[in-house]
Write a protein that binds this ligand. Sequence first.
Ligand SMILES: [Zn+2]
Length: 195
Amino acid sequence: MNSLDRLISILSRLPGIGKKSATRIAYSLLVSDRVFVENLGNLIRELPEKIVRCSLCGNYTEEDPCSICSSSERNRKQICIVEQPRDAQIIDATGEYKGLFFVLNGVISPLDGIGPEQLGLNRLKERVDREGITEMIIATNPTVEGDTTSLYLQRLFQGSPVRLSRIATGLPVGGDMEYADQLSVVRALRARQDL
Ligand SMILES: [Zn+2]
């Protein structure tokens, strides 16, 4: 397999990119400006070194702790629990939510061997206690695993003075927050229900 075929084969493994798109991208890179292609290559190569997980919230960041965790302009008494970094990004982009985040990087899924430990829920509990957080907003997806995770959090924080709520999604069950438009996310946040 020559380099061009190898590139097409690798590109087609990316989400949302089939063989056709991969071929189109590879051929367009061949006729692109050399600096552009080199920059693209460097950015991809450096990604695993430069982008790390924030040790406090689990989000992707270039500096640890991340800009949200170290910001003095955020409401440090509020924490929003999301499944994936992109969920935090979507909620943050609405401008509606000014608190902190905790990224689970997954959901409780016994069949896949993912339990509370893998999601760092002890770390979350410690942080909530240590920083005197008063409100926790659960923004897991409305799936079986998302519900299980929400229930587990409810139990974990039972008896603690923290106000616990879950966002109202208004999305079809099983729908990913990724596909929701900003307005829906704002509405879901505003209509969050106390647990
Ligand atoms: Zn952080």
